[in-house]
Design a binder for this molecule. Structure first.
Ligand code: M6R
Length: 366
């Protein structure tokens, strides 16, 4: 059932090229220059008239929501708020009929997310679900939705659910951006073609597995990790840190790289591995100077870079390459090495990767 892999998590990491492809298949019609998604097509006016999009989710799904915030605001120019469902439901939030609420949930059973949906519906918002499990409570409770076609995710640590959530949300944002006239036919076509090429690039990112295993060996006994990223890759840093905490029980924190100097920099010494996402597009030079700041305090740098990078290679202790992409799509690639890093470290520490202590696959109690 694990298809020859030692753990479900590893199998699911390797399924991502297929899962992403299944998620855009039949929806993304690059040659015709269209994105077809029934749940959106039938409710297009609600989306286009939305004064704001509120995204609610928990855990990894919340991180996918943060990536979506960048895409929606950047491309579709719709104001977005992203909230932990558990906070949203209890803080007496302002919700109106002009809001669209997007709930993201792999299992479709997360109690807090379900409660946030009910609250939004009571206040007249249009509620859209992004779920993986067909027929789940959230899928049934929402007004409309789009499934991620990741297939069953067994490992407690979410991997393919995350990248397929980002895929669905990217399609949604691009579709709305196109409807709003945000880009020319040719730019739209370019982006669609680039998405079609992502599964193959994920395949290439997976080829770093052996290198990541070697790096994991060096840091498996560390007691702390810092993850840094900027822009679209800030949520990826959060996700990388969550993955490590969850399955290896090493304390890890994700930060926007520029926030480092407002506190976390005090933690850096020769014992501290810092994973930095430093891909070419999007704030590259600024991230390079963040790396220099860490180096001068003797921190150890594990950098995720674009293929062929030379500048970061000179500074970092280790570099892991991912194929080049536009910044909007880079989270789908930069996430891969972080998943593998947490996986190998957890295995080397003898942890129960698929069923980490104290955690359940779906959190059906608040
Ligand atoms: O099923 P959901 O997407 O609603 O679950 C949300 C979180 O419980 C989940 O993402 C959790 O954080 C994962 N174990 C992270 O790997």
């Amino acid at each position: 059932e694990k298809g020859g892999y030692d753990h479900f998590m590893l199998k699911e990491i390797y399924e991502q090229p297929r899962a992403i492809k299944d998620t855009f298949r039949g929806r993304l019609l690059a040659d015709q220059g269209i994105i077809r998604m029934a749940g959106i097509d039938q409710n297009l006016e609600r989306f286009l008239n939305a004064k704001r999009i509120i995204i609610v989710a928990c855990g990894t799904s919340w991180h996918a929501g943060l990536v979506a915030e960048y895409i929606f605001e950047d491309l579709a120019r719709i104001p977005v708020e992203v909230e932990y469902a558990s906070e949203f439901r209890y803080r007496n939030p302002v919700i109106t009929e002009n809001d669209v609420l997007i709930a993201i949930s792999q299992s479709g059973e997360t109690a807090d997310t379900l409660a946030a949906i009910k609250l939004a519906k009571e206040n007249g918002a249009f509620v859209f679900g992004v779920c993986n499990v067909v027929g789940s409570s959230i899928a049934r409770e929402t007004d409309a939705g789009a499934y991620t076609h990741a297939g069953p995710e067994i490992g407690v640590a979410s991997t393919k659910a995350f990248t397929t959530q980002i895929t669905v949300l990217t399609l949604l944002a691009l579709k709305l951006a196109k409807e709003k006239g945000a880009f020319t036919e040719s730019r739209f076509h370019e982006l669609l073609t680039e998405i079609e090429g992502i599964p193959q690039k994920v395949e290439r990112a997976l080829e770093s597995n052996t290198l990541i295993e070697i790096i994991s060996e060096v840091y498996k006994d560390s007691t702390n990790f810092l993850y840094l990223g900027r822009g679209y890759n800030f949520p990826v840093a959060l996700e990388g840190a969550l993955k490590l905490k969850e399955i290896s029980y090493i304390h890890a924190e994700g930060y926007p790289a520029a926030e480092m100097k407002h506190g976390p920099i005090a933690l850096i010494d020769e014992q501290m591995p810092v994973v930095v996402i430093a891909t070419k597009k999007g704030h590259y030079e600024k991230v390079v100077s963040n790396i220099q700041e860490i180096k001068s305090r003797k921190g150890k740098i594990i950098a995720i870079v674009t293929e062929g990078d030379t500048q970061v290679r000179e500074l970092a202790d280790h570099v892991i390459e991912v194929p080049e992409s536009s910044e909007n799509l880079s989270p789908l690639l930069t996430t891969i090495p972080l998943q593998l890093l947490s996986y190998h470290i957890a295995v080397m520490r003898g942890c129960n990767v698929d069923q980490p202590r104290n955690l359940a696959k779906s959190v059906t109690v608040e």
